[in-house]
Write a protein that binds this ligand. Sequence first.
Ligand code: NAD
Length: 477
Amino acid sequence: MTDIALLRRTAHYIGGSWVDPAESHSPLVVTDASDGSTLGTVPDGSAADVDRAVDAARAAFPAWAALSPSERSGALLRVRDALAERAADASRIISLEVGTTARIADAVQVGLPLKTLAGFADAALHISEDQQLGNSTVAREPAGVVGAITPWNYPLHQLVGKAGGALAAGCTVVCKPAGVAPLSAFILADAIAAAGLPAGVFNLVSGSGSVVGTALARHPGIDVLSFTGSTAVGAEIAAAAATNITRVALELGGKSASVILDDVELERAVKTSVNNAFLNSGQTCSAWTRLVVPRAAQERVIEIAISVAEKLTVGHPLDPATRLGPLASAEQQSSVLDYIAKGEQEARLVFGGSSAPEGFAEGYYVRPTIFADVDNRSQIAQQEIFGPVLCIIPHDGDDDAIRIANDSAYGLAGGVWCADEGRALAAARAIRTGQVDINGGAFNPIAPFGGFKHSGIGREFGLLGVEEFTELKAIQR
Ligand code: NAD
């Protein structure tokens, strides 16, 4: 059982203390994805709370920026350790908020942020030293106060990606988690408090995007606004931040392609691609939701894909037998079901569909669904569905496959499967996305992550992500 105090949060974390909201509003209700019941509540903050948090972060900035890299690195390792002590609670809560299965919640929702924090502690020690260019010394300095606005699908990972990177760089932070899954952000604040970080270096204000998110995006006291979420909201945020010429980093949506070329053994390529598409019930920005396959192999690909999907037992996220949990919210479920209904008009449904999975009248469950013979120009191939829906798209050779992969407004991630190393690398270089995995290359938490085109601006994670939270200064002598 989870301690009720972790589920009923009544205060924001500002200036090193838990403080009551400036205005009294009804709290935001967080629902349990498995049955729609109330899981917890968090404060519905206001612009006044954002003002207080930004003031605290500004006040804390000079001393935090002046610490040595090894002091900041040590502080991040203490946060990592304090978060590790809370890992079981964080994993269970994220499973219930988001619908992530317990195994993936342990490994990805919580295990990955712990690794990432250790990576940031190391990166803090390796930020580029001053560089001499002619008569200039070029120095990297912390950029200032970072506003972090995060989504609900990997709530702790995305928050750690911003707050950890910013703190490593010497910046201070004000963050606003998504209303659908805000509770792990409070656990991170608990860990930061327990780790004894100086007051004001990390501040947390919960609330709606339209009030707290907008107040943060428009705030003149923010130096870098780092946002992860949908492309539509990212564009609004960039416009709001432009009022103060605030630098923005945007990690947005995706519609990534796994491209199978004609010389590979299909079994592993298809299995890995299908599991990638359905990770976290498809609520993954980098999911390979388009499987681009040789036309002659499509029917065999469908057979393998169905055999993988059949093993994705739908169920309660905390049941160890479950391989596919519910979606995070009623809105998400209804939007995904609408896309499946569109798909039934646009393409050939070969698995799943829009009917409710048996035995799940409550909760936000959707069946794993596969469409074949998908036209890449159709809506299900162009729009981010963010649910367990895979589009199989036939191609007519390498150039056609790459054309299809690039025929997208997005450019976040992708995969290439090819037995020939040179051909695989040529395809990977030709695909216009921020990440490409060849033959199932493993996710690397210290590699830069981010997108081309409508998938965003800037990169997060690892040393390159930390350096995005710095400014360059040229000093001439
Ligand atoms: P969203 O855009 O609806 O919300 C993201 C955050 O922005 C939330 O905290 C929300 O409260 C806030 N927000 C909403 N409207 C706002 C406004 N007008 N001003 C300021 N803040 C506002 O996204 P979501 O539904 O929470 O998350 C799903 C989306 O996130 C998907 O599109 C997914 O692809 C994307 N995502 C991208 C990455 C990446 O790294 N590229 C990672 C995860 C998720």
